[in-house]
Design a protein around this ligand. Structure first.
Ligand SMILES: *Cc1c(COP(=O)(O)O)cnc(C)c1O
Length: 476
């Protein structure tokens, strides 16, 4: 399988090149040249596979530069009961007739991002060792992404992680989760500023190409294709668990931010998985809801972003949307290039003429959810099922119930565990409500923390990175 850029101006790449490179050279996103097609006979043959075996069958269709036995080894090492709490890895629970919850948050940091990131940790280490390279991953986080990356990369050979977070702005749990890591290759940098300041520092460092090259600076943000690929697996897995025959069609509702998770559903559907509708759920930051209702894509300015009780969905623009629009315009790279130069110019675009295809050919629909609706959904879900859902998942459950068609079976993706967002859960269920917390996280706030506070200044951050990379090279 070769990979091409949505903007059409980059040479084709193989999977391992794509894994380490993030964006294509022309600024586009990398996409598989074609979608392998899965027949219903193949689906039937996959019905009894374990999660790792199913993951192997799907991923090998997209990866031809890692030998089968190595790929299987990396997958088997990742998807274990030890790492994800169950043998099923991503079990499905029924909330009520025709509404299921796909449980994705049993990994080390209690959010769905672990499912992909844990595999990436092993893949990075493997590919870097083969190429005799090292990498220094630089990132900014307001919570979930940073901790998922750190828990995936901790202790990995040839990899350092420098993660910027806004000092004092994350929840006590999120802070403890990241800062309590004592691994030598993990560097938590608490910036005296906001999340946007952290991102600006990253951009400043990324634009210094000689620094980037000298210190082998890389990223693993949400546009990484390998993350999307790893997420395709659980659409297949849950489909096979819920259906009895491979002609039944089901729908998925996905709490969305950067459009990565639901993009994996789009890929699964393009491969022939019988998905009826893909329902995008947003919070008050509704740039995606607007697009899927009207065809108009109007990215917001950073200052227009609402700070909500579902912070991982608080986005101004959705980076992975370009992947879907590429398919929508029949993979016309020239058109994508034109559309996204409008986006860069701060304008956006209008594909209202394609709204029929968006809804009918590609099955996309959407809805949005406010804070009050999340609180009410957490409460009503708990009252009727005894299941506590987190505020992101609640946005999905709310939207699924709003848009459900008669007899439509909808699977809502659970994107985090409630333990990460105790305050909001207690707002919904009572201030003394005992929010369930997995055993390994009990008392996490009391553990010793390791982090460096730095001023909001890119040069100071650069100096810190440089010194620590040089120190870690000397100690090898
Ligand atoms: C990252 C995240 C999302 C959004 O996922 P995207 O792939 O960016 O659309 C939703 N909920 C939680 C809890 C997350 O961590």
């Amino acid at each position: 399988m070769k990979y091409i850029s949505t903007r059409g101006q980059s040479p084709q790449m193989s999977f391992c090149e794509v894994l380490l490179s993030g964006l294509a050279q022309d600024g586009g996103l990398l996409m598989p040249k074609e979608y392998p097609q899965i027949s219903s006979a193949t689906l039937d043959n996959w019905r009894n596979l374990t999660y790792p075996e199913l993951a192997f069958q799907i991923m090998k269709l997209f990866i031809d530069d890692i030998p089968d036995e190595d790929l299987r080894y990396l997958i088997n090492k990742t998807y274990t009961k030890e790492n994800f709490a169950t043998d099923d890895i991503t079990p499905v629970y029924k909330l009520k007739d025709n509404l299921h919850l796909l449980s994705l948050s049993n990994g080390p940091t209690l959010a769905f991002k672990d499912v992909a990131m844990q595999l990436l940790g092993h893949m990075f280490e493997y590919v870097l060792a083969k190429q005799k390279r090292t990498i220094n991953i630089l990132g900014a986080t307001s919570g979930d992404t940073g901790s998922a990356a750190e828990y995936a990369m901790r202790g990995k050979y040839g990899i350092n992680v420098f993660m910027l977070s806004p000092n004092g702005k994350m929840s006590a749990f999120q802070r403890a989760q990241m800062y309590s890591l004592q691994d030598e290759n993990i560097f938590n940098i608490a910036i005296e500023g906001m999340f946007d300041d952290c991102q600006d520092i990253i951009k400043a460092i990324q634009s210094d190409s000689s620094f980037k090259e000298e210190y082998a600076i890389g990223t693993i943000n949400s546009i990484n294709w390998a993350r999307i690929l790893a997420q395709v697996v659980y659409y297949f897995k849950s489909y096979l668990e819920i259906t009895k025959t491979s002609i039944e069609r089901i729908s998925y509702c996905v709490p969305s931010g950067n459009f990565g998770d639901i993009c994996a559903g789009h890929i699964a559907r393009m491969m022939g998985l019988p998905i009826n509708r893909l329902i995008v759920a947003t919070n008050e930051n509704d740039v995606l809801d607007e697009f899927f209702q009207s065809g108009q894509y109007r990215p917001r300015a950073a200052r227009e972003v609402h700070v909500t009780s579902s912070p991982s969905m608080d986005i101004a623009k959705a980076s992975n949307l370009e992947r879907f629009v590429f398919d929508l315009v029949e993979r016309d790279a020239t058109q994508i290039d034109a559309l996204w130069s409008e986006v860069s110019a701060g304008k956006g675009f209008d594909l209202n003429g394609r709204i029929d295809d968006i809804h009918n050919k590609f099955g996309f629909n959407s809805g949005k959810c406010t804070h009050a609706q999340r609180i009410e959904t957490i409460r009503s879900t708990y009252e009727s099922t005894q299941v506590v859902i987190d505020p992101h998942t609640a946005s999905g459950v709310y939207v699924a119930q709003q848009v459900a068609l008669p007899n439509e079976c909808i699977v809502c993706l659970e994107t985090a565990l409630p333990a990460k967002f105790e305050e909001t859960i207690q707002e919904a269920l009572g201030e003394n409500f005992p929010v369930p917390r997995p055993k390994q996280w009990e008392g996490i706030e009391k553990k010793e923390q390791k982090f460096q506070v730095l001023p909001n200044n890119a040069d100071v951050v650069k100096m810190f990175i440089r010194e620590n990379i040089e120190r870690s090279q000397q100690s090898k």
